[in-house]
Design a binder for this molecule. Structure first.
Ligand SMILES: Cc1cc2nc3c(=O)[nH]c(=O)nc-3n(C[C@H](O)[C@H](O)[C@H](O)COP(=O)(O)OP(=O)(O)OC[C@H]3O[C@@H](n4cnc5c(N)ncnc54)[C@H](O)[C@@H]3O)c2cc1C
Length: 401
């Protein structure tokens, strides 16, 4: 079958694949790029199902890719949204300690923020209530540079820029096996295949599979962690002005159930973190035998469950009990009325887990022969997307130019 030709093929039309394609076309004049996206629209998975927060960068290990790319990426994201008329702001957020044993953890978070050069203000309950009058806490951090952005609109603008610069975004096209050719790769698509000199994988929940389809043997597997949300409606919604976060459990990469008022003014509580029964398992009834087998037979899964059975069990109970979920949100704002909190659409995080059962903390890339796969890109990767795209594009440029 005749093939489409490009210099670079990018698998995945989420914010990271599109940011990479855009960065390639901006850096390398005349380069041809094709993005393959299996859904009919870009941004259908993680990019379109998240908290919409531009993270300031306070949580991440100093010197890590997450720390560097979140801080720089947040600035770039604000600039990009401004240039393209995309809804965004720097509304700031509060991180609140509600128990005495969280106070040292909050102090440690303040230290980390300083190490990452993220400006913060430490404060007591009264000052915290000048930002969020209904919050309950013993101590708090205010992070002024946290913001919000419409990440779906960002992805859509990036897709438009790719096409305007002469590239292609082929929605409804699933990338299958990638076979090496003398000049690069031939990627099966079920219709016209694509031949390209370089292959980039930005496939989110399928990142490890797309890497394996080109012959890589990633040392980690993607496990899907669903993040469920509740809509906060009625008088309870008026109790939250902006973003209110708990002190995160330092053992996990997840930030804990928080309260967020979005740019559309809707208020959400969430997300929790439960192992989903399918990679795109947005509810308990979404079950995939293939995905479940992949999770069950990965050696890291049993080790992960053995290590984290207690918090994992608590998360499961919170997922199954509306009362428990509401209790988590009411730790932050006790006046929330349970009747005002209703199930909302969920997202699923693509989290790489290694054979020892460790959750990969930092962003992780696999460098192949004329290929590069983004294996681990959880939060704050939407915030950092323009920087991650630039980093990948720079590496690709070294090979193809
Ligand atoms: C609940 C939740 C809350 C979050 N909150 C935040 C937040 O507030 N701030 C923040 O910065 N980050 C947040 N994140 C993280 C952020 O959403 C992700 O890191 C980011 O969207 C990842 O982008 P991506 O392009 O890698 O993945 P995705 O958006 O999932 O895109 C991957 C794409 O690849 C496509 N694909 C997969 N396999 C194939 C194939 N074989 N062929 C063709 N296409 C394929 C998929 O259809 C998908 O569209 C959150 C994530 C979740 C789930």
């Amino acid at each position: 079958m005749a093939a489409d030709h490009a210099d670079v093929v990018v698998v995945g039309g989420g914010i990271l694949g599109l940011a990479t394609a855009d960065a390639l076309q901006t850096r390398l004049s005349g380069v041809s790029v094709v993005v393959l996206e299996k859904e009919d629209e870009v941004a259908s998975h993680q990019t379109g199902r998240n908290s919409g927060v531009i993270h300031a960068g306070l949580y991440y290990v100093p010197g890590s890719l997450k720390a560097k790319l979140a801080v720089d990426g947040g600035h770039r994201m604000v600039e990009f949204c401004g240039e393209h008329g995309i809804a965004h702001d720097r509304c700031g957020k509060l991180v609140v300690a509600t128990e005495t044993d969280e106070i040292p953890q909050l102090a440690a978070l303040a230290e980390r923020a300083r190490a990452n050069a993220v400006p913060i203000t430490q404060m007591g309950p009264e000052e915290a209530r000048s930002y969020e009058p209904h919050v309950s806490c013993l101590a708090a951090l205010h992070v002024a540079s946290t913001g919000r952005a419409d990440f779906v609109a960002v992805a859509q603008v990036l897709a438009r820029r790719v096409v305007e610069a002469g590239g292609a975004v082929r929605n409804g096209t699933r990338a299958g096996r990638a076979t090496p050719t003398p000049s690069g790769w031939r990627i099966d698509t079920g219709s016209t295949p694509v031949e390209a000199s370089f292959l980039v994988g930005c496939a989110g929940l399928h990142a490890d599979r797309v890497a394996r389809a080109s012959g890589e043997r990633p040392e980690a597997r993607i496990l899907p962690f669903r993040g469920e949300y509740l809509d906060v409606v009625g008088p309870s919604a008026d109790l939250i002005r902006g973003l209110v976060y708990p002190v995160p459990d330092p053992r996990f990469p997840f930030l804990g159930v928080h309260l967020t008022r979005g740019l559309d003014h809707r208020v959400h509580a969430g997300p929790n973190a439960v192992l989903a029964l399918a990679r795109e398992g947005y509810s308990w009834s979404d079950i995939s035998a293939r995905d479940l087998a992949g999770t069950a037979f990965w050696p890291g899964t049993a080790r992960l469950l053995a290590k984290y059975w207690r918090p994992g069990f608590d998360e499961l109970r919170r997922s199954l009990s509306h009362r428990r979920f509401v209790t988590s949100a009411r730790r932050l704002v006790p006046d929330l009325n349970p009747a005002d909190l209703r199930r909302a659409p969920a997202g699923v995080r693509a989290q790489a887990v290694d054979r020892r059962g460790a959750l990969l903390d930092d962003f992780a890339l696999i460098d192949g022969d004329r290929s590069l796969h983004l294996l681990n890109a959880p939060s704050p990767a939407a915030t950092a997307s323009l920087e991650i795209g630039a980093l990948i594009a720079n590496r690709v440029a070294k090979t193809i130019s």
